[in-house]
Design a protein around this ligand. Structure first.
Ligand SMILES: [Zn+2]
Length: 330
């Protein structure tokens, strides 16, 4: 009798152990461990981000697996960080360049995520572009005359009353007596001083001639050219009033003694002109109206006309081999 009781107890233990084993196994089946984390984005590194337009989406796919080899995936969003305050980032993994960021700005982004002991971290690089159609009104007047990437040309005018509020006379040698046209915007003036100093160090003496040009002065010059040469020629050498980027304050015409202190095409062949052509972009300037690009820019070759774009954008435009006008519509 005693022996049978023990057998019963033993059977009961076996049943309970079996049952708890099943329960435990069932519990294990519910447990999923992270086996893989992948980061996805719709915008590859190296892309152009249009300011306030392009939305970069980042997404994390986490793959989980249980003891029976069954997998499931879950979507999360990574933590996105940038090295500066140029972007707006939302919690659901969307990055957008802030509205005031200008063309050619470098954006570095890191997207990272970790879960269950695994982690993923990827770096992205982008460059920005302002959309031309976002910076012009229905009258063909640019809405961003103050921006260093403003494009002013025969299709994109500048308001007659526009005058930059930070004009200064750069501390360089001038071949000019009119104090108004000696002016440039402060940032460009400082860059011009560096450019002239570097030229001097390389053995080339440059002279500044003509920078800021207000609307009424443009009108006088234009009318003079029309009266002297006729309208067709006048349009290739001077801008109709309100169509000159000199009004932005981002421009300086320069020359050298070997070009007779003049604004002439042969400046481009002088040692000074060649040095400027090869080096201006290091200081934030480009030669806007280049040889062979007359059909695109609408202007004759002007090796003396320096346009300030900033130290990030100017080298990019220079290295692209494109005119600034072409670069902006890529
Ligand atoms: Zn000029």
């Amino acid at each position: 009798m005693k022996k049978r009781l023990w057998i019963k107890i033993l059977i009961l233990i076996i049943i309970l152990a079996g049952a708890s084993g099943v329960v435990y196994y069932y519990h294990l089946l519910q447990q999923f461990d992270v086996v893989n984390i992948e980061l996805h984005t719709d915008t590859p590194s190296g892309s152009i981000l249009y300011t306030d337009k392009t939305q970069v989406k980042y997404e994390i796919t986490v793959t989980l697996e249980n003891i029976a080899g069954k997998t499931q995936t879950k979507t999360h969003w990574p933590t996105i960080t940038t090295d500066n305050a140029l972007c707006n980032i939302s919690d659901d993994g969307i990055l957008k360049v802030r509205p005031d960021v200008t063309t050619g700005t470098n954006i570095y982004v890191t997207a990272a995520y970790s879960q269950g002991g695994l982690e993923v971290s990827e770096d992205f690089y982008y460059t920005t572009r302002t959309l031309l159609e976002d910076t012009i009104d229905s009258n063909g007047i640019v809405t961003n005359p103050q921006a260093p990437d403003v494009l002013v040309n025969k299709q994109r005018g500048i308001a007659p009353e526009y005058k930059p509020d930070d004009l200064v006379v750069p501390n360089v040698q001038f071949h000019q007596t009119n104090e108004t046209v000696k002016q440039m915007r402060k940032e460009a003036a400082e860059a011009l001083e560096k450019l002239f100093d570097a030229a001097e160090e390389a053995g080339y003496t440059l002279y500044a001639v003509s920078g800021f040009r207000p609307y009424d002065m443009q009108a006088n010059i234009y009318n003079y050219h029309i009266n002297t040469y006729g309208e067709v020629y006048a349009n290739t050498v001077s801008a109709a009033p309100g169509k000159s980027e000199h009004q932005t304050g981002w421009v300086m015409d320069i020359t050298a003694k070997s070009a007779g202190y003049d604004l002439v095409e042969m400046f481009g062949e002088t040692p000074e002109g060649i040095w400027v052509q090869q080096n201006a972009h290091h200081y934030g300037f480009i030669i806007h109206y280049e040889k062979g690009k007359e059909d695109i820019t609408g202007y004759a070759y002007e090796p003396w006309h320096l346009r300030y774009l900033g130290e990030e954008l100017a080298p990019k435009v220079y290295e692209s081999g494109l005119t600034f006008d072409e670069y902006m519509v890529q």
